[in-house]
Design a protein around this ligand. Structure first.
Ligand code: ZN
Length: 358
């Protein structure tokens, strides 16, 4: 069961000022974890500065880390946190910033509250109890109830400056998380509700040329719902296969997930009943039929999804070619274990090979 989390959705700057002030009002000192230039350009810095200076709130900032949190950087963060003894952590940024703030609190064995302010619509990390940490170059997933942020402020205008490519990567990650939660062997009624809500919010707007304010709101709330869905179920094979494509070949997370996604969408929609690993195939089949109709992929899920992904600019990039076996062997067995239909080495290798296909 998920620990209680308090989420505020703000429509305009004034809403944000009010929500932020009331959440930090009782703190004496903040520890603000944030990214680099995006922290300034997306507008969150000026609003935070304005409110903290009005409240004469003291704070210490921490931005000394790169994307995809490394344990060395987390250790530095823990040291800075302990030296400053703040009583609230504010995490303002994308998935890596959220993970960094969560990891710092976890490794500091601290119980001070985290206020998460996402500035991208992707990972939903503001609402999950896990965080990715690279220890000596190897990806570890920390999964602990205690790292779920206590408060979240969703303010879509922070994403208005996100580039098309960043929006595609983060938005597709959220969509994939929702879908992977929906077909997941661990799916529950609650996770399905979050997952379907996320798919309905994200899928119709993600491929648009121009995103309206309303579209950005849908992406942000959709990403948050997707986060809540995978907090219950975890992800499946497209995520399990993505980590090496990111750590070794440089594909951003959402792009890496997109690469094998059409293959697995096709497999889970069209795959044989004999491969089913759950205990209610009829229910699974009905869910997959619903998914097929929501995604409107008809009888050609593979090519329809491939086309959607290429339109988003998330297809194979010849400049980031890879070794098939290295990617296949990098499969995360824990995530792959959530697959609804059995997979074997041959399926994994064909999924990897499918990345170069058009
Ligand atoms: Zn993801």
């Amino acid at each position: 069961m998920m620990t209680e989390q308090h989420i505020e959705f703000c429509q305009n700057e004034n809403d944000f000022r009010i929500a932020f002030s009331s959440l930090i009002r009782n703190a004496r000192k903040l520890f603000i974890v944030h990214g680099h230039q995006s922290y300034r350009s997306c507008g969150v810095k000026s609003l935070i500065d304005e409110v903290t200076s009005r409240l004469r709130m003291r704070f210490k900032e921490f931005e000394d880390f790169s994307e995809n949190p490394k344990k060395e950087d987390v250790d530095t963060g823990v040291e800075v946190l302990l030296q400053n003894s703040p009583d609230m952590i504010v995490a303002a940024g994308g998935g890596s910033v959220m993970d960094m703030a969560k990891l710092i609190r976890y490794y500091a064995c601290s119980k001070i509250p985290i206020l998460a302010i996402p500035t991208t619509s992707g990972t939903g990390a503001e609402s999950t109890q896990f965080a990715v940490c690279y220890i000596d170059g190897v990806k570890h997933s920390i999964n602990d109830m205690s790292i779920l942020p206590n408060h979240v402020i969703l303010f879509p205008p922070f994403t208005y400056q996100n580039s098309r490519y960043l929006t595609a990567c983060t938005g597709f990650d959220a969509l994939a998380q929702a879908i992977e939660s929906y077909w997941n062997i661990n799916a529950t009624e609650e996770s399905d509700e979050y997952a379907l809500r996320a798919i309905h919010q994200i899928y119709p707007v993600l491929g648009k040329e121009m995103l309206s304010a309303d579209d950005r709101s849908r992406l942000m709330t959709g990403a948050n719902d997707a986060g809540k869905a995978i907090n219950i179920t975890r992800t499946t094979v497209p995520h399990a296969l993505s980590y090496t494509l990111t750590s070794k070949y440089g594909y951003p997370h959402g792009h890496a997930v997109a690469l094998t996604f059409p293959y697995f969408l096709n497999y889970y929609l069209e795959g044989p009943e004999s491969a089913y690993r759950g205990d209610d195939y009829e229910k699974y089949k009905a869910k997959m039929d619903l998914l097929r109709s929501i995604l409107d992929v008809g009888s050609k899920p593979y090519s329809a999804m491939k086309e959607f992904i290429c339109r988003l600019g998330l297809g194979f990039d010849p400049k980031r070619d890879f070794d098939d076996l290295t990617v296949a062997h990098g499969l995360n067995p824990e995530r792959a274990g959530n697959t609804p239909l059995a997979i074997d080495d041959l399926i994994i290798l064909s999924a990897v090979k499918s990345i170069r296909e058009y």
